[in-house]
Design a protein around this ligand. Sequence first.
Ligand SMILES: NC(=O)c1ccc[n+]([C@@H]2O[C@H](COP(=O)([O-])OP(=O)(O)OC[C@H]3O[C@@H](n4cnc5c(N)ncnc54)[C@H](OP(=O)(O)O)[C@@H]3O)[C@@H](O)[C@H]2O)c1
Length: 286
Amino acid sequence: MRIAVTGTTGRVGRALACSLAGRHEVIELPRGCFDLASADIREALGELDFDILLNPAGLTGLEQCEDDPWLARQVNAGAPAEMARFCRDRGRKLLHFSTDYVFDGIRPGLRTEDEEAAPLSVYGRTKLEGEQAVMAAGGTVMRVSWVFGPEKAAFPDQMLDRALAGQELSAVADKYSRPTFTADLSRWVAGWLEAGAPAGCFHACNGGPLTSWHGMAVEVLGFLGDKGIATPPLKALRLDEMTAFRAPRPRHTGMDTRRLARLLGEEPRDWREALREHLESRLISR
Ligand SMILES: NC(=O)c1ccc[n+]([C@@H]2O[C@H](COP(=O)([O-])OP(=O)(O)OC[C@H]3O[C@@H](n4cnc5c(N)ncnc54)[C@H](OP(=O)(O)O)[C@@H]3O)[C@@H](O)[C@H]2O)c1
């Protein structure tokens, strides 16, 4: 299949482009040759020859979205809507990536795909608008959360680097979700393709217990401790102490993955196992 992938300089886009390249013809669409903020999305798509379009590109900085809501709406909602209508009109498939931040996160526990979304921020609102347009045109949405992987440093990498440098660590302990490992996400996307690229919304994160960023940091330190590496202290923070967070963050957004598990015929593995695999390869490559 010919698979076009946007956002290939990003964490998810890079992972997808690399993992699919062995079995498919991958057309990489970094911002330099495909700008989602441009007014000519349909025209640009019309020049490409693809069967399936994967859209992980997005304006992902929450504060940036608050500061530039016009750009956030164009990139996260307007462009995916154009992509979705183009794909519907031409009989192509679209897989769009969204976020657990479409939920308000007020109620503890796991969120299902059918639960009402009520985003708190410009980022969440524009991502939800993008989702709705994609679904209305018969496309597919995968919501991911707390993504990490070798493509680009994320929260656990910062914790690992600080711990190895002997620097004190701190992390928010009262905000809960389930992380997503890009290598696993790439396998799930391959499974979705093999299943005929069904439409609908899927929660695509790793399994295992709900955790906080503090919980992830504890896991990083546990991994280092198991290797006999001395670790610095870790301080627990409250979300309301994070004054640098100007955009509101939802508190309880762990996603229920049973729909994805039914599609794939297996449960996504525990995030702790995935994280340790990632940390192991980070240590080896240092
Ligand atoms: N990372 C997470 O923890 C997380 C959590 C929940 C949901 N998500 C969702 O998952 C998807 C992938 O996230 P990610 O972690 O891969 O994000 P990322 O690393 O921030 O990458 C974002 C990608 O989008 C591209 N992009 C931004 N503005 C663009 C524009 N105007 N035109 C074309 N491309 C543009 C970026 O290109 P440049 O490199 O040129 O800026 C980059 O390639 C996003 O839709 C995000 O909303 C991510």
